[in-house]
Design a protein around this ligand. Structure first.
Ligand SMILES: [Zn+2]
Length: 192
């Protein structure tokens, strides 16, 4: 018996309640009573990137700088949701750019990744959106983004797919046009 006053039930919670009824033979049991509210709270968090503007995230932390050397932030943890199965995919993003007069606070690159990861996604689009957002706001000479991820929709359902990783990349500007830049970037990403 729960003494908690049930709050106003949202359409989201009603939908989760329906889902539980479809999945569990005993959807009214104690352990599931508060599940619709918890699931809504969790999913609102997983998807809060829709409410964030990458221009604001980056734009607040731009600095003038003369350097034209590659800036690379490796191993940015990502957690996202596959839009086909609503199952998590997770892994690492590697984000690089070559400045053209402006640099951005390094932590902001990780935050831009989060803005797009916290949406219903496919990995290919996530990779492109991160690269293009940095290109648009920073106007650098080039941007490179590589994402390596494991998808629970594959890992939990498939046999012998437990260790598969999906790698996607998006290369813009010099990273696309200049072979040396591209090679340098990919070597840095692969190297330990
Ligand atoms: Zn999936």
């Amino acid at each position: 018996m729960s003494s908690r006053e049930p709050g106003p039930v949202t359409p989201f919670q009603t939908a989760v309640r329906t889902l539980l009824g479809e999945l569990d033979p005993e959807p009214g049991r104690e352990g599931l009573l508060d599940t619709p509210r918890r699931v809504e709270k969790a999913f609102r968090f997983y998807c809060d990137g829709y409410h964030k503007d990458p221009k604001k995230v980056i734009g607040d932390a731009l600095f003038e700088a003369e350097t034209d050397e590659m800036v690379l932030v490796k191993d940015i943890e990502i957690y996202s949701l596959c839009e086909h199965h609503l199952a998590p995919f997770f892994g690492k993003a590697h984000v690089a750019y070559i400045p053209s007069g402006k640099i951005v606070g390094l932590s902001k690159l990780a935050r831009v990744v989060d803005v797009f990861a916290r949406r219903l996604q496919v990995q290919e689009r996530l990779t492109m959106q991160v690269a293009h957002a940095i290109q648009d706001v920073l106007q650098p000479r080039g941007v490179g983004v590589v994402i390596e991820a494991q998808h629970l929709c594959m890992m939990m359902r498939g046999v012998e797919k437990q260790n598969s990783r999906t790698v996607t990349s998006c290369l813009l500007g010099l990273f696309r046009k200049d072979e040396r830049t591209r090679t340098e970037f990919l070597q840095l990403v692969r190297g330990g």
